[in-house]
Every structure is written in structure tokens, then in C-alpha cells.
Write a protein that binds this ligand. Structure first.
Ligand SMILES: C[S@@+](CC[C@H](N)C(=O)[O-])C[C@H]1O[C@@H](n2cnc3c(N)ncnc32)[C@H](O)[C@@H]1O
Length: 239
């Protein structure tokens, strides 16, 4: 069995910091990741994990029988990921060092499932639309998108919520695009880029429906139990 955890140092929340200051890779699965594993087990088909970092979710999906395309813009993450894979898992994995969505052009109508876990926050509104449209085109009919990202509803982050509310009242399509979070939340300077797209359930649902998806499930969940960070997630199917 592959154990990538022993080559990465995990903190008390079982997360590993990214090498490019793009947040943390989490080894404890969210609802979206768990649904991604379940669909891998059910179909044993073709999957993609976009913004995979060290591939925690990709390994699980491959262990359940999926073939997984592991995509990340940071080559070092993919190198670390590949270092310790068992031959059995290696045969089910392919990596691509590309920036999503601009450089990612996969086979159309080919994928059973695509995971976007903690990656949409790094896009801006026009790229979000392009991302959802591309994911829709890559999926087979019946294929599913598994999405999880950060919402503006975290206790202590009222300053973010205020900007989001203002943008929502202005009728922006993707309220929550904030280009100066280092000023608003100085602690994030060591862990995140200065521009972050926060997402709410309502607008994530709307964007997915506009791209052609049917929403199977959506909601909010804490980042880890007893933590105040609220993540938004959606599982959406291509009809
Ligand atoms: C916060 S980590 C999430 C890792 C993992 N998916 C998880 O949920 O734990 C974000 C990852 O997305 C990658 N990333 C950020 N923007 C990206 C983009 N536009 N295209 C591809 N990868 C991207 C980063 O390099 C990083 O590895």
C-alpha cells in the first residue's frame, strides 16, 4: 500500500503545506473527496484530480480501482507525489504539470469524475466560468464534478464577508473575489496568494447549472471538526 504521509510532514490537522504558498493539502477527506472515492469504487473508471498537490485523493481513488490523471501547476508537488508510489498505484496514475483551466485540454466526454478540491479559490470570475465549462466538456454523460472550496462564512473573517456581501448586493456573478486579502487578513500572507475567490453555495449552484450540470448535493462543512472555517461543496452530474 502507498503511504505518501511518511514523506511529508503533516501538522496537527493532518495537512501538508504547499510549496508554492497555495494553502494546505489535506489528508482527511471532505464530503466531496469521499464522494469522489465512492464514485471511483463504483465505476473503476477514468478520473481527474485537478489542483491535486501531493495527490492524497488521487491515491485513494486509484486504490479503489480508478485510473487517475493528477494535475497541478506546481511541478514540485507532483515530483513529491510520484516519489513513493507503489508499482500497482503507479500503473493507474498519470501526472500533468499544467495550469487549470487555461492549459488543461483533456479528452471530451471521457471522464467519470473530476475532483476540484480547494483549487477554485485560486481562479478569478472569468476563469471560474471557463473552468466549469471545461470540466463539463471533459465528463461523460453521467460523469460527476466533485467540488470543494472556501466560503466567506468563517468566524473571524467578517472583513471578507463584508466585501462579499457588498459584491453580492451589486449583483456580481461571482461575489467574493477579493484581491487584497493580505491587507484584510495579514496572517494569510504566509499561506495564500493575495487574490482569492471565496464561493457561496447559491452562486456555485448557479454557475454549475449555467454550465449544464444538475446539482446532486451541495452544502457547507467545517474544514476539520471543531474548526470555524466553512467550506462550500457541490457534487454535480452531467446529464
Ligand atoms: C490548497 S491545495 C489543495 C490540495 C488538495 N486538492 C486538497 O484539497 O487538499 C491547492 C493546490 O492547487 C494547485 N493549484 C492552484 N492553482 C492551480 C491552477 N490554476 N491549476 C492547477 N493547479 C493549481 C496548487 O499548486 C496546490 O497544489
Amino acid at each position: 500500500m502507498t503511504d505518501i504521509n511518511n514523506i511529508l510532514s503533516l501538522d496537527e490537522h493532518k495537512r501538508a503545506k504547499t510549496k508554492n504558498n497555495m494553502g494546505y493539502a489535506h489528508s482527511i477527506p471532505s464530503r466531496a473527496s469521499r464522494a469522489f472515492y465512492e464514485h471511483s469504487k463504483l465505476t473503476q473508471g477514468l478520473f481527474a484530480d485537478i489542483g491535486a498537490a501531493y495527490g492524497f485523493d488521487s491515491i485513494k481513488a486509484a486504490e479503489y480501482g480508478a485510473n487517475v490523471l493528477v494535475i497541478d501547476k506546481e511541478p514540485l508537488h507532483l515530483e513529491i507525489f510520484k516519489r513513493n508510489l507503489s508499482p500497482e498505484i503507479k500503473s493507474k496514475i498519470q501526472t500533468l504539470n499544467l495550469t487549470f483551466p487555461e492549459e488543461v485540454n483533456l479528452k471530451k466526454n471521457a471522464f467519470d469524475g473530476i475532483l476540484l478540491s480547494r483549487v477554485l479559490l485560486f481562479l478569478n470570475p472569468p476563469l471560474l466560468d471557463l473552468a466549469l465549462n471545461k470540466v463539463f466538456s471533459f465528463l461523460k454523460p453521467g460523469g460527476k464534478a466533485f467540488i470543494m472550496s472556501i466560503s466567506p462564512f468563517t468566524a473571524g473573517w467578517e472583513v471578507i464577508r463584508d466585501v462579499y456581501i457588498e459584491q453580492k448586493q451589486q449583483g456580481q456573478k461571482w461575489p467574493g473575489y477579493i484581491t487584497n486579502i493580505w491587507d484584510l487578513l495579514p496572517k494569510t500572507k504566509n499561506t495564500l496568494p493575495n487574490a482569492i475567490q471565496f464561493l457561496d453555495e447559491e452562486h456555485l449552484q448557479k454557475g454549475l447549472k449555467e454550465a449544464g450540470f444538475i446539482i446532486e448535493e451541495s452544502g457547507y462543512e467545517p474544514q476539520y471538526s471543531s474548526h470555524s472555517t466553512k467550506q462550500v461543496y457541490a457534487i454535480a452530474v452531467k446529464p
